[in-house]
Ligand binder design. Sequence first.
Ligand SMILES: Nc1ncnc2c1ncn2[C@@H]1O[C@H](COP(=O)(O)OP(=O)(O)OP(=O)(O)O)[C@@H](O)[C@H]1O
Length: 344
Amino acid sequence: MIQIKNVNKVFYQGGRTIKALDDINLSISEGAIYGVIGSSGAGKSTLIRCVNLLERPTGGSVFVDGVDLNTLSNNELTLTRRKIGMIFQHFNLLSSRNAFDNVGLPLELAGINKQAIKAKVDSLLKLVGLEDKKDSYPANLSGGQKQRVAIARALASDPKVLLCDEATSALDPATTQSILELLRKINKEFNITILLITHEMAVVKSICTDVAIIGDGKLVEQGAVGDIFAHPKTELARQFIRSTLDLSIPADYLARLSTSKGASRHPLVRLEFTGASVDAPIISQVARECNLDISILSSNMDYVGGIKFGLMLAEFFGTSEATEQAITFLKKNKIEVEVLGYVA
Ligand SMILES: Nc1ncnc2c1ncn2[C@@H]1O[C@H](COP(=O)(O)OP(=O)(O)OP(=O)(O)O)[C@@H](O)[C@H]1O
């Protein structure tokens, strides 16, 4: 549905050259919910804006539904853009129009008659669960409700593609989940291909079928979400996966943590499980085989696409030989091991 081919984007600012996108290639299938994740300044917004030519690439091409957008005249581009809806972090609603009139705006601009607009807007407000808010102005709506109005407006022209630019970043976690649910429903019911950009791996985990990771304007990794969680190839991918797992060292342990070994100290170890880790009762096996006691301090395991992954903090009680043996055993079973320090 969307092909991004060798796309480059260079900005020139005050004599400086900024390479925002560096030879990006992506292919997004019809019906996918495709996430692009990256840190601040990675080039996410620039990339998504290239997909409807709000930003013109410096080089390369963007095809949507088989059409090379660069070859279109201004009129043709306006018509094609109707098939590409977009929603934004800050909703971009018109404050002078109520919810009904915000949703109806694209239809008015397309010259649709009033009766047809009413039928369409009523059905869209019902779809997003806001029938009772049609007369409300944006100032009187919550963030989640504003995003629902923006989604209804984006759907007014029956798009084939919906672009979501950090659409949940201004929302609290519960509202984020309800908006993601709505996007999933739209994707299923209308087979709309969704391209979303985010800096939160939790959003990708929750809704996306595929993901691309970008850093410094370059495509670092891409694939099915389950595969990326199972076999992250780069440190950047690992960092994003870790960010979905909240596992910090408790303050009292941190205060007692030392970098030096000692007769009365034992190691505090962080274990990282990925899809490559052997799916066996490894913790009890390593304790038995290496003659070691293990005390689990905290653990955060999760599933994505049937893949188990997660982090665990544990203390190892045993001789230093037993500890070395255990670390070797765990690594052999594809568990990443890091000794964070030693606690008394
Ligand atoms: N209009 C512009 N003029 C000059 N530089 C720009 C322009 N737009 C973006 N940039 C630069 O391009 C790079 C990528 O910016 P972009 O906004 O695409 O990143 P991002 O990943 O969306 O970041 P964020 O999550 O902070 O919005 C940054 O270095 C940014 O400063």
